[in-house]
Design a binder for this molecule. Sequence first.
Ligand SMILES: O=P(O)(O)OC[C@H]1O[C@H](O)[C@H](O)[C@@H](O)[C@@H]1O
Length: 530
Amino acid sequence: MSLPKNNPTETQAWQKLREHFYEVQFVKMQELFKENPTRVNDFNIVWNDFLVDFSKNRITGKTIDLLVQLAEDVDLKAGINALLSGETINETEDRKVLHTDLRKKPENQTEEVAAALKQMQQFTESVILGDLKGSTGKAFTDVINIGIGGSDLGPKLVTEALADYKNHLNVHYISNIDNDTIECLKNKLQAETTLVVMVSKSFTTLETISNADIFKNWLLQNGLKTQDHIVAVSSNIPEAVKYGIETQNIFPMWDYVGGRYSLWSAVGLSTALSVGFANFEKLLNGANKMDQHFANTPFKENIPVILALLSIWYNNFFCFETEAVVPYVDKLKMLPAYLQQVIMESNGKSVDRSGSPVNYETGTIVWGEVGTNSQHAFFQLFHQGTKIIPTDFIGFIKPFYSSDLHDLLMANFFAQTEALMNGKEGNYHTDDDTDKNAVYKEFKGNRPSNTILINKLTPESLGSLLALYEHKTFVQGYIWNIYSFDQFGVEYGKVLANNIKSELQANEIKKHDCSTAFLLNHYLKNKSEN
Ligand SMILES: O=P(O)(O)OC[C@H]1O[C@H](O)[C@H](O)[C@@H](O)[C@@H]1O
């Protein structure tokens, strides 16, 4: 079955949402809270150890009804079923989209998924126990994950997020082709106790192969056998074999798993090495629970659906261009970067599923930083700037190590959403004219946020959280009538980079626009000078 091709703006719900928007666009949330002191009861979802409070949004009951109607008008249920039942919904690449298969319970796993997990389990256990050794007979102490995009961001995020679950292995991530970083890492590590995990779905990504070449030479220079020190994760096994990796050291992935959705596959090998396979399984289990919630919950109580619809409300009606994600734990520092790939590579499209240019906004711009750091950086603009940035606040009730400091952290978490919503009037509205800066101190409030409050950051809750955002992204792309699972937009730059690389190596700049030619010539001229 191919996905329906409904232009969302031609649905009845969209027309009604437009009319509704004109009615409510200037309504202040402060008034909505005053009118209905139990408003939060209408706009929160409690699920497992998650509490999602979305009452601090510029919505009324009617807004949610109409947004849900939009989801129904475009038959979102059929889309969800097509995704979860393995239809070929990545039509432009003629592929199924089955990252949810990777986290199914053992009894529901396909043979190839079960076999890959088994291979991962055996390998990670033997490395962690020290049974598998390098060329000189020493156990591994360090792992270098070489990959980029989906072969880096997800695994790196999970490794950092689960730092408290880490064993003795130190896992390092190399993605960019920045030799200064590589030299720095090589100087820190002993080659004989280092395991290199090359991760590349295609096994043709220039950055990954170039970086791997450097580490391969390093191993060889240290008199080590590369077969003892390099393993690979790829869906292109012939290419990995050609690179010199032994078949039993290649972990599979499949074309039905998109790079940015692949951390659940063997792409997560470095994560599993860092936290142990049992914790990796818990991560999968948490994601599976979110998959069940997504598949079986009515839209009004369905967390990914509600978050997607709210984002559409702001993106397509209020025309707020960006949204922020602010996690209140350092361990989720990578979350915005990871989400940028999931969300922006998936939904940064401007041609609809019928092949026509869209005449409405699609993919949102997502960004963010850890709270409280972000409060001391860009929150000024959140509170008093001219732009409105709907924000997801993500916080945890219990820290890994209990401490009074956590109450202070969480006090900030709660205070920010309250301040953003309520604002604060300046004194200049009253007769009190003692403060000449009163006008500058006013906070208008009415700035939307979602609060995602989770019991504790565990492998399970992390799995659920990441799956939540995957599904939110799917719902948005589905409603926008675009193809969320291809990424043709990143290809052209790669082709040009290859051509330019040859020109730089030949020391001969060919025909370019005058700006690019100017830059290239300046680079060539100056690169040999000190
Ligand atoms: O895993 P690889 O095949 O090396 O691909 C790494 C990355 O390459 C491209 O830039 C794609 O746009 C990403 O989606 C992908 O994650």
